[in-house]
Design a protein around this ligand. Structure first.
Ligand code: ZN
Ligand code: ZN
Length: 372
């Protein structure tokens, strides 16, 4: 599995005329090597040559044993000790990986991840080095998941749904958003999650109208809609789901808004298939809400890619025109937000299959009314 990922990186580097790729500890390094590091203060960089030869790893000496034991691919190690500093090790690694010069080609780095420390380290090791942004290259490679990744993501979806269902079962009048948030978090871990994939959102009553609401001490009252957005982390991958439930009988407009969002969620999922674009899926979901007269209240994109991170490619939004391929995983999460009054969002995790698409999350989307 990892070998073929490396082959795909090599091919992509060739295609973009890059001499190689330098990765600091982050999701992409984990994706290619299986290694996980915290973002430390000691220079740690893996150099992947475009010619497909073994990657060279600039690594603090104290981390070497662990890295060698747990890397899923063979690498050449260039350890450095605190007393010496990293420059000599970095120079040796760069020369071994790329030759004494880059022959006019830039070295790919992630503009969205690399820090000034890593960039200065590369420049000190190879004065005059040119870098180019490889953020998209890796994001595109990671979009389509293989069978192993999908199996893990499916489990991450099952875990969050088990946790969320148990949390919903505990909702009652007088409970606060923060109290429910804590329950959601604990139930996700109890269901087998290694943690939450992000800090959950519990938005009740008028707070539901803010898609990025910060959980408050507002206590639930009868008639509230309560939107819960949460995810589980599991073996390096995440899930991300949202359900909106009613506490006590909702009013007619709340029911109508809920129904519109549920149909938009369905329409978005029905539009998901190989060759469809994020733009088309967004339009399919959005059209339902616009036709219902609430277009102005659907104020965000329909979804985003998911995988090792909560926000990956593809974006499910106008202008995202690349055709999706089987294995691509993303959310469909339309919502309606009426300021000061109510909010509804229904979010599922999807995967494009050979002949359509499948939802990894399967909790009921019918409006659940909790007796108040
Ligand atoms: Zn979400
Ligand atoms: Zn999401």
């Amino acid at each position: 599995m990892e070998t073929s990922r490396l082959d795909r990186v090599t091919a992509a580097l060739h295609g973009r005329g890059m001499a190689g790729l330098a990765l600091m500890p982050d999701a992409n390094l984990t994706y290619l090597t299986g290694l996980t590091f915290h973002h430390g203060k000691r220079l740690t960089l893996a150099i992947f040559p475009a010619d497909g030869s073994q990657p060279c790893f600039i690594i603090p000496a104290l981390e070497r044993t662990r890295a060698e034991a747990s890397s899923s691919i063979p690498m050449r190690y260039f350890p450095w000790a605190d007393a010496d500093g990293p420059v000599e090790a970095a120079r040796a690694a760069m020369e071994a990986a790329l030759g004494p010069a880059l022959r006019g080609m830039p070295l790919g780095v992630e503009y969205t991840a690399l820090r000034v420390m890593e960039l200065r380290g590369l420049e000190a090791a190879m004065p005059g080095i040119e870098v180019a942004d490889a953020t998209d290259l890796l994001a595109e490679l990671r979009m389509a998941k293989d069978a192993d990744e999908l199996a893990i993501m499916e489990q991450a979806a099952r875990i969050v749904e088990a946790g969320l269902a148990r949390a919903i079962g505990q909702i009652r009048v007088g409970m606060t958003e923060r109290q429910l948030s804590k329950i959601v978090s604990e139930e996700i871990v109890a269901a087998g999650g290694e943690g939450e994939s992000f800090e959950n959102i519990v938005a009740s009553g008028p707070n539901g109208a803010n898609p990025h609401h910060s959980n408050s001490d507002r206590a639930f009252v009868s008639g509230d809609l309560i939107t819960i957005d949460c995810g589980a982390r599991y073996r390096g991958y995440i899930s991300d789901t949202t359900r909106t439930v009613a506490l006590g009988e909702p009013d007619a407009e709340a029911r109508a808004v809920y129904d519109l969002v549920r149909r938009a969620n369905e329409a978005g999922k029905a539009a998901a298939r190989p060759e469809a674009s994020g733009s088309e899926i967004d339009a399919a979901a959005r059209q339902v809400i616009e036709a219902g007269g609430y277009g102005a209240y659907f104020i965000h994109r329909t979804g985003h890619g998911i995988g090792m991170e909560v926000h990956e490619l593809p974006n499910i939004v106008a202008g995202s025109d690349a055709p999706l391929v089987p294995g691509t995983t993303f959310t469909i999460e339309p919502g309606i937000y009426i300021p000061g009054r109510i909010g509804v969002r229904i979010e599922d995790d999807m995967v494009i299959t050979a002949d359509g698409a499948r939802s990894l999350t399967n909790m009921s989307r019918e409006l659940l009314v909790i007796p108040a």
